[in-house]
Design a protein around this ligand. Structure first.
Ligand code: PGA
Length: 242
């Protein structure tokens, strides 16, 4: 594991974007595992800047997102599909046909999970998986549990996650209770992982996930086992690391 601590959000976002830039220079058809939430927005802005400056070409890249709320259509402004178009895809030259996100409004959720597994497999796996981490240690929407859930699966969101995500919705009642998420196996199979966390409110979970025991009650702790994990932190999120 490599931990990189940045003094400012700008520095962190730039460093994060450089991982994608280097990958796409060496492998223009790379499979990018992407994430939603507040954390990656600045990094996505840097990717957009680099694209506009002619430094990154996404024309052959593939994108696979971690998760989607069950019950929200792709046109719903709260869906992660919408988030990705708004914050990244519509500003760069990635082919929409190469952008994959679980479909949250299918009748057969289990079949959708199986379909998503097939998508990831058919792409040959993920080259670089970007991750945030929830205050309860979730990665993707893999919530704390008794075991690490392996494949893409439906989840009941933890109360803490619903509260944390309520800030994006009109009210907490509007936050979907369920989601489809890539599982721990899909994440751990990525050839490299970039975990990003910012802010003092993440300092405790960053310490517990990276320095504590590997425990499914802190899903992010499994990342300690990944052979190619880079952790990008700002000073505040790194505040509890020795
Ligand atoms: P955040 O979410 O970036 O909005 O803090 C992180 C996560 O839930 O994975």
């Amino acid at each position: 594991m490599e931990i990189v601590i940045s003094n400012s959000a700008d520095e962190l976002n730039l460093k994060g974007a450089e991982y994608f830039e280097r990958l796409l220079l060496t492998k223009p058809d790379a499979v990018l595992g992407l994430a939603t939430g507040s954390t990656p927005i600045g990094l996505y802005n840097e990717l957009i800047k680099k694209y506009k400056a002619g430094k990154i070409d996404f024309s052959r890249a593939k994108a696979v997102n971690l998760d989607e709320y069950i019950g929200l259509s792709q046109s719903d402004i709260q869906s992660y599909s919408y988030f990705m178009r708004q914050n990244l895809f519509s500003h760069i030259n990635i082919d929409p046909a190469n952008c994959h996100i679980p479909n949250g409004i299918v009748d057969d959720i289990d079949e959708e999970c199986r379909r998503y597994e097939r998508v990831i497999k058919s792409l040959g796996g993920i080259d670089l998986q970007l991750l945030g981490i929830g205050h309860d240690g979730h990665i993707g929407f893999n919530e704390p549990g008794d075991s690490f859930e392996k494949g893409t699966h439906p989840v009941e969101l933890a109360r803490e996650t619903i509260s944390a995500n309520a800030r994006f919705f009109e009210s907490i009642e509007k936050v979907p209770r369920r989601a489809i998420t890539m599982g721990i196996k899909g994440i751990m199979n990525a050839k490299s992982i970039l975990l990003v966390a910012t802010g003092a409110d993440k300092a405790s979970i960053v310490r517990r996930a990276l320095m504590g025991p590997i425990d499914p009650r802190i899903p992010g702790s499994v990342l300690q086992l990944h052979p190619n994990l880079t952790v990008l932190l700002d000073i505040s999120a790194a505040g509890e690391l020795q």
